[in-house]
Structure formats: C-alpha cells, structure tokens
Design a protein around this ligand. Structure first.
Ligand SMILES: [Zn+2]
Length: 193
C-alpha cells in the first residue's frame, strides 16, 4: 500500500480529519488523527495490518507486543497477519510503569516485534519493549500504521511503518487558522457517525 492509499482509508473513516482543532495538549492543528475510528472496522484493520505484516515479516518475529490501549487492535491484527501470538503491556495506575500482566510471559531470546497505531514520540511503545527486553527477549523491531515522528531515529531497533504523516501544530497565539477567523473545534465533535 502506498502512503496515499493508507491515508485515504483513514480519511474515509474520519480517522484523519482536516480542519481546525484544539488538541488535548492545548495546541492548535489542521489535522486530527484517531486510529480507533479506522480500526473499528475489522476489514480495514485486517487490510492495513496485512500490508504492515509484509514489511515486518523479514524480521522473523515470534511474538507481537503492543502497549494498551492504543496498540491493542493493531497488535492483534498484525499477529494474525504474521500467524504468531500477540501480548500487550498495561500501565500500572499506581506506579505509572508498563507491565506485562494477565499471565503473559516471554522467553529469553524470543523474537518480539513491538507495534503501536501511531508513533509520535514513541514513549509508550519504547517502555513496552523495554519490559520484555528486561525479561531477556530480543526486540527485533518497532512499527506502526502511521509514523508522525518526522522520520527521526528515536529507537535503537529497526523501524517499520505503513505510512508517514507530518502533522503541524501551533500555540494558539501563532495559529494561522485562528488568524483567518476559522472556528476551532475539539477533535471528535465533527464525527459524522
Ligand atoms: Zn487555531
């Protein structure tokens, strides 16, 4: 799949919106990305993850790992595409640390591929793979459906992503859309469904 084909599926499902948004950070942007809105359709999730799987397959992972919540569906579908299992980490509410719970385990030397829906800073997925690395697993790569990191090398393992998108954001006082008098909306409030 090409970059444009991936972004088109996001746009069709309102998972990628163009407009004037106030993000949760308080910054303003002309784009809003919400993978849950595309992954709510299993056929689209399957198609995207099969395409990502073709890129990941040469790394020969034995297990897919993802951080909950954002990485759950992409992790599960990627594992299906690769014919391997999927485990996930969750953040401990008290300590804020990522943990492998629910009886999940990895073996020393097990080849693990870590995946997230969208990577911006990579914080969650990095914390996730550091958990299994500390248990002796071999992290063979990191991936996502849409990379927003701007192509910066933010991981110490190979990176595989399906598409990339640079999303600009501004402080309210610098926002060009505010200067044009375009009303700002909270993401999600424009959803048609
Ligand atoms: Zn604005």
């Amino acid at each position: 799949m090409t970059n444009d084909e991936v972004l088109k599926i996001y746009e069709e499902t309102q998972a990628l919106l163009k407009g004037h948004f106030r993000l949760s950070s308080g910054r303003h942007s002309d784009r809003y990305l919400q993978s849950a809105l595309v992954l709510q359709y299993p056929d689209k999730a399957e198609k995207l993850c099969r395409a990502l799987g073709e890129k990941v397959s040469p790394l020969k992972p034995q297990t897919v790992l993802s951080p909950a919540m954002g990485g759950l569906f992409v992790g599960h579908e990627l594992a299906r595409a690769l014919g391997i299992r999927h485990v996930f980490t969750e953040r401990n509410k008290d300590t804020d640390a990522m943990e492998l719970r629910r009886g999940f385990s990895v073996q020393p030397g097990e080849r693990v591929f870590a995946v997230e829906d969208i990577i911006t800073t990579g914080k969650s997925v990095r914390e996730s793979y550091q958990v299994v690395r500390a248990m002796g697993a071999e992290v063979v790569g990191v991936g996502c459906l849409i990379d927003r990191s701007g192509g910066e090398n933010i991981f110490d393992v190979p990176v595989k992503y399906l598409a990339s998108l640079k999303v600009e954001s501004w402080d309210e006082k610098d926002c060009p859309l505010c200067k044009q008098g375009i009303p700002v909306v909270k993401p999600g409030s424009r959803a048609k469904f």
